[in-house]
Design a protein around this ligand. Structure first.
Ligand code: ADP
Ligand code: MG
Length: 473
């Protein structure tokens, strides 16, 4: 039976050298998750399954007619784009619904047609940059204008220094969820598009650290590992290191960073760094590195004001073709005020929730979706939460903070906790004294005053800022 033999062969071929529709769709989805917003991805794309490849077409299956129609209308072009980026070569993409599934053959039957659809040689590596993190998708406001303009300038003219203004290194700093990583990826995406011959590398500090120690540990068996590591980071035109505050002072790590930095700098290569704080506020870095980090342009990103937050929500909604009433937009922008990642998360929750219960979103529904009464917003923090955060921040235990020990760290932590409790909770002095192991009310007043008087110093203000942001207050 020639047919059977042929089919068997085709199936083997499929297993060993080809990918099936499911695997391809997984890759496409990964690419789409970089391109689309989290909301669009989770609401519309994630529920789509790959069915098969038939006559050169990739056949996908949507859970409902509504889902199929929306994806066809709004996301088909994105899907095709990602398929193309990955180097696949389908004649088209067909989206069917669950009801129509029975008319389609399964993966195995389709194996014979599969090989022609994949041009293996053409397959390109995935970009290291999240494609939705672009300058175009970044909403500019007072809080981030300088960081945005600096990043854009660097993307347009990497490594260029004139005597008046040096943007090397560009050091972007600010709290979590305010767009630092977004800007770094925007530089990468911009360069890939406008200046593809430029070698640009993005790396989170943690990855860089792991790679460095891995290269050292391999040294006895692979002498090249360490050289390759150095080569990788000194042979680029633009190096971007994210979250440099995680740089540790151990095992020669800072030596190698210093070396990489100098090698790039001397050759006019661009360095971009991000951090949650200014160089002088990072405890653990050597002075020679700190000076290097401060040697170019330092620009901070602040928390966005309400207009910017509203603009961000509107931009995200426009991209996804979703309408929300003004009162919901305002509610979200007002409620979530210090972290754009959380703002996006809240928006996603509202949209998912309304999809789930199949109702048009209203303000009531938005509040329900966010279980707004449970949000930590300063009204429902308590002394325990404050103490816990302070202990975590200073890495001391609860019993130490309320106990008798008077080492420098513990005293400092204790005074800060007392200060925050007094500032944010309406508690009598006596009660605060009791919380701290039966201390006298004069001790509480003294601690509060001591911190109040040093609140304008960089150290104390940073500590308070950090702990407040841990507590969302
Ligand atoms: P960070 O690195 O500072 O912690 P991210 O760059 O990861 O923050 O940003 C968190 C999320 O907020 C990302 O999804 C990002 O796209 C979004 N975001 C931040 N700032 C903006 C902005 N100005 N406009 C649009 N989206 C933003
Ligand atoms: Mg980041």
């Amino acid at each position: 039976m020639p047919f059977l033999i042929e089919k068997k062969f085709a199936v083997c071929y499929n297993i060993f050298t080809m990918e099936n529709a499911v695997k391809i769709w997984d890759k496409v989805k990964k690419e789409l998750s970089n391109k689309l917003s989290a909301t669009a991805f989770l609401v519309w794309i994630n529920s789509i399954e790959a069915l098969t490849i038939k006559d050169g077409e990739l056949v996908l299956c949507a859970p409902s007619k509504n889902s199929r129609d929306t994806v066809e209308k709004n996301y088909l072009e994105d899907i095709k784009y990602c398929i193309n980026i990955l180097g696949y070569n389908f004649t088209s993409v067909l989206i069917i619904t669950e009801d129509e599934k029975q008319y389609f053959v399964t993966e195995d039957d389709a194996a014979t047609t599969l090989s022609s659809m994949i041009d293996v040689k053409k397959e390109k590596p995935l970009s290291q940059f999240v494609s939705k993190y672009t300058f175009d998708n970044f909403v500019v406001g007072e809080s981030n204008k300088l960081a945005f303009v600096s990043a854009k300038t660097v993307a347009e003219n990497p490594g260029v220094n004139d005597n008046l203004l040096t943007l090397n290194p560009l050091y972007i700093y600010g709290g979590v969820g305010l767009g630092k990583t977004h800007l770094l990826h925007s530089i990468g995406n911009y360069l890939n598009e406008h200046n593809p011959s430029i070698k640009v590398l993005y790396v989170p500090t943690e990855t860089l650290t792991n790679e460095y120690f891995a290269s050292l540990s391999k040294y006895s068996s692979d002498k090249d590992a360490y050289r390759n590591f150095r080569e990788k980071y000194t042979s680029v035109d633009v190096l971007m290191i994210d979250d440099i505050q995680f740089l540790q002072r151990k095992g020669g790590l800072q030596d190698i960073i210093f070396h990489i930095f100098n090698a790039l700098y001397i050759n006019g290569k661009q360095i971009v760094l991000s951090s949650d704080r200014a160089p002088r506020e990072i405890n653990d870095i050597e002075d020679r590195l700190r000076t290097r980090f401060e040697g170019g342009l330092m620009t901070d990103i602040d928390t966005p004001n309400i207009e910017t937050r509203i603009a961000i929500i509107i931009k995200k909604l426009e991209k996804e073709n979703i309408a929300l009433s003004d009162d919901i937009i305002y509610f979200l922008a007002e409620k979530i005020n210090s972290n754009i990642r959380e703002l996006e998360g809240a928006l996603l929750k509202v949209i998912m929730y309304s999809q789930l219960i199949n109702k048009v979103p209203t303000l009531e529904l938005a509040k329900e979706a966010l279980k707004v009464d449970n949000i930590d917003n300063g009204n429902n923090i308590d002394s325990n939460k404050i103490i816990e955060a302070v202990c975590q921040y200073f890495r001391i235990s609860h019993s130490e903070i309320v106990g008798k020990k008077r080492t420098k760290d513990i005293v400092e932590a204790r005074m800060i906790a007392i200060y925050l409790i007094r500032e944010f909770l309406d508690l009598p002095l006596v009660t605060i004294g009791q919380i701290f192991g039966g201390r006298d009310h004069s001790t509480i007043i003294y601690s509060h005053e001591k911190i109040s008087s040093s609140i304008n110093t960089l150290k104390t203000s940073t500590q308070i800022k950090d702990i407040r942001s841990m507590l969302n207050i």
